[in-house]
Design a protein around this ligand. Sequence first.
Ligand code: GDP
Ligand code: MG
Length: 347
Amino acid sequence: MESATYTDDTTSGHLPEIRSLVDRLRQGEVRALSRAISLVENDAPQARAILSACFPFTGRALRIGITGAPGAGKSTLVDRLVRHYRTLRRTVAVVAIDPTSPFTGGAILGDRIRFQEHLSAGSSGSDPGFYARSMATRGSLGGLALATADVALVMEASGRDVILIETVGVGQDEIEIARLADITLVVLVPGMGDDIQSLKAGVMEIADIFVINKSDREGTDRVEQEIRTLQSLVSASAAWTPPVVRTTATTGEGIDALAAAIAETEKWMRGEDRLAERRARHWQRRLEAMLRSELMRHARRNGLAEEKLHEYAARIASGQDDPWKLVGRLAENLLAGETPDSAPNPK
Ligand SMILES: Nc1nc2c(ncn2[C@@H]2O[C@H](COP(=O)(O)OP(=O)(O)O)[C@@H](O)[C@H]2O)c(=O)[nH]1
Ligand SMILES: [Mg+2]
């Protein structure tokens, strides 16, 4: 049988079109940027060619992740940071992910409205130095973390200086998303003092800066104390002790201090190849995810479509097939370019 191919050649006919799309988004055309992001987010057939064409124009931007519980004030903070960077004439893009409301939920809608209020490129009188996008959840193939990374890459290629990535820091997916950032802000609020101890270890691990937002409220000292205590337990010997910054995002208080902390963290990250090392680690995980997604895509294209999988699953459920032996045989056949059902290779 014909050897199966791992590359997607359905796009070859689109190449001039894709090149022109990427040229236009690099020249700052917002409609081209939006279209490219949609194609990438939906994992369209052109997605990889677009990402590939964007890739050479990336690596310069600073990617800042903002993570924390729903309602902590992340979007309000992002809004403030956008204003801050725009005042400094740095161009900004925001990607906001809220998996709790994948379609029409209030959070995404609220974010969109707020972002568009003063900026959103494209409409009349708007600021072309700013672009915001809310993400829906991408299906099972690539996963949300991969989709977010891809969208951020396209934004970067459009020449943005700063990419802000807002995500609800709860699950593994979100921690994965936070890890694609160069610098991660973990946003906490007063009144959750007792909960800090129960913060997922992963969230503590990814914090480069702690932000205590809503510091206009009572209990700010207490949260800070809790963070410091936890820090002294976790990172007594760490090279970097994440600064703790107090903000009131609604009034803008503390935003300058936060921006200063970000700048200082960036300086430290850029020293001694730390940033390069973090980005390499990011790419290692991303490569793994890309490979997994690619292999599944290959499997689906070569006889392991949904119905076929269901058939196998039913056989396993009724005890007719051994899943471990089956997986071994399927993987072997697929990698050898044969149909999943081929007889086991004689050894
Ligand atoms: N009192 C107070 N309220 C805030 C502050 N920052 C945000 N909020 C409010 O908290 C609510 C949730 O904010 P939002 O930015 O949407 O939170 P997100 O879910 O983390 O993105 C909104 O009603 C904000 O106006 C703050 O510093 N102090
Ligand atoms: Mg939000």
